[in-house]
Unconditional design. Structure first.
Length: 272
C-alpha cells in the first residue's frame, strides 16, 4: 500500500514538475562551445545567457541551429555562419547529440578527443574549416557513426585504421587535407562485406597512398621505386665517372712528372 502511494505520488510530482527541468550537461556543452567559438555579429544573436541556461523545453529551443528531443539537444546545425575559434572539448557534455554540423566555417585547432564520449553521434560534419592536428582514433568509440565528413581542412598524420570497425559508416570523406601514410586496409576490406570507400574520399592529400589511390609518391611526384632507381643509377654513373677522371688525372700527372723529370735531366745534362 505504502509502495503504491509512493509511486503514485512520484508520478504526480513528475507530471506537475515544469517540463524545463534542464540538463546541466547541455548547458555546460553549449555555453563552453559558444565561448570557444568566435561568432561574428548578427549570427547566433539568440545564443544569449538565458537561452543557454534553458536550451530546450521539450522539443523546442530558442537557440538558432539547435534541435531538441525530450529536453535534450540532439542536433546542432551551425553551418556557414563564419564561425572561427576552436571546438570546445566540453562538446562532449551534449551526450544526447546525434548530429553535429559545423561545416563551412573558419574553425581552427584540433578535433577534440572528447568526441569519444558522444556515444549517440551518427553524423559528424566538420568539413570546410581550418582544423589541424590528427584524426583521433578514439572516434571509433562513437559506434553509431554513419557519416564522417572532414574534407577541406588541414588535418595531418595517418588515417586511424580503427575507423574501419565502424559498421554503420556509409559516408567517409577526408579529401583535401594534409593527411599522410598508407590508406588502412580496414577501410578497403570492411567487415561484413560493407563497401569500401573510393578515391573520392581520399583525394587531395599529397602524402596519402595505397589503394584506392596510387602507390607511394615522393615530394617531386615521382614513384619512390623510380627515385631509388635514379639514385642507384646516378650513383653508379658517378662512380664510373670519378674512376675515369681519377685514371685520366693520374695518367696526366704521371706524364707531367715524367716530362718534368725529363726536363730536370735535360737541365742537369751539360750542353754541348
Ligand atoms: C563536461 O565536460 C567536462 C570536460 O570534458 C567535464 O570535466 C565535466 O565533468 C562535464 N560535465 C559538466 C556538467 O560540466
Ligand atoms: C523562448 O523564449 C521565450 C521568450 O523569452 C520564452 O517565453 C520561451 O519559453 C522560450 N522557449 C524555450 C523553448 O526556452
Ligand atoms: C531566434 O530563435 C528563433 C527560434 O529558433 C528563430 O526562429 C529566430 O530566427 C532566431 N532569431 C535570430 C535573429 O536568429
Ligand atoms: C553561406 O552564407 C552566405 C551568406 O552568409 C551565402 O551567400 C552562401 O551562399 C552560403 N553558402 C552555402 C554553401 O550555404
Ligand atoms: C574550403 O574551406 C574554406 C574554409 O571554410 C572555404 O573558404 C573554401 O571555399 C572551401 N573550399 C571548397 C572547395 O569547398
Ligand atoms: C565514389 O563514391 C561516391 C559515394 O559512394 C559516389 O558518389 C562517387 O560517384 C564515386 N566516385 C567514383 C569515381 O567512383
Amino acid at each position: 500500500m505504502g509502495f503504491f502511494s509512493l509511486t503514485l505520488m512520484s508520478i504526480l510530482m513528475c507530471a506537475f514538475l515544469p517540463p524545463s527541468s534542464q540538463d546541466p550537461n547541455d548547458q555546460s556543452c553549449l555555453t563552453n562551445l559558444f565561448q570557444s567559438m568566435h561568432v561574428p555579429d548578427h549570427n547566433l544573436v539568440n545564443w544569449t545567457e538565458p537561452n543557454l541556461a534553458n536550451p530546450c523545453s521539450g522539443f523546442m529551443s530558442n537557440l538558432t541551429g539547435a534541435t531538441c528531443n525530450n529536453g535534450r539537444i540532439y542536433k546542432l546545425s551551425l553551418s556557414n555562419l563564419s564561425l572561427y575559434g576552436s571546438i570546445s572539448p566540453y562538446i562532449s557534455n551534449c551526450t544526447s547529440l546525434q548530429s553535429l554540423d559545423l561545416s563551412n566555417n573558419a574553425l581552427t585547432g584540433p578535433i577534440p578527443t572528447e568526441f569519444q564520449y558522444l556515444i549517440n553521434l551518427a553524423i559528424l560534419d566538420l568539413s570546410s574549416n581550418h582544423l589541424s592536428g590528427t584524426i583521433p582514433p578514439s572516434l571509433t568509440m562513437c559506434m553509431f557513426l554513419n557519416i564522417i565528413d572532414l574534407h577541406n581542412n588541414s588535418l595531418t598524420g595517418p588515417i586511424p585504421p580503427q575507423l574501419g570497425s565502424l559498421v554503420r559508416l556509409s559516408v567517409f570523406d577526408v579529401s583535401d587535407n594534409k593527411l599522410s601514410g598508407v590508406i588502412p586496409t580496414s577501410l578497403v576490406d570492411r567487415p561484413g562485406n560493407l563497401p569500401g570507400f573510393n578515391a573520392t574520399s581520399y583525394s587531395g592529400n599529397e602524402d596519402l597512398y595505397g589503394y584506392p589511390l596510387g602507390p607511394m609518391k615522393s615530394r617531386s611526384g615521382l614513384p619512390v621505386l623510380l627515385i631509388v632507381g635514379i639514385g642507384l643509377g646516378s650513383g653508379l654513373i658517378s662512380l664510373v665517372l670519378s674512376f675515369v677522371v681519377t685514371c685520366v688525372w693520374l695518367k696526366v700527372t704521371d706524364q707531367k712528372l715524367a716530362a718534368e723529370h725529363q726536363g730536370k735531366i735535360n737541365e742537369l745534362m751539360p750542353e754541348y
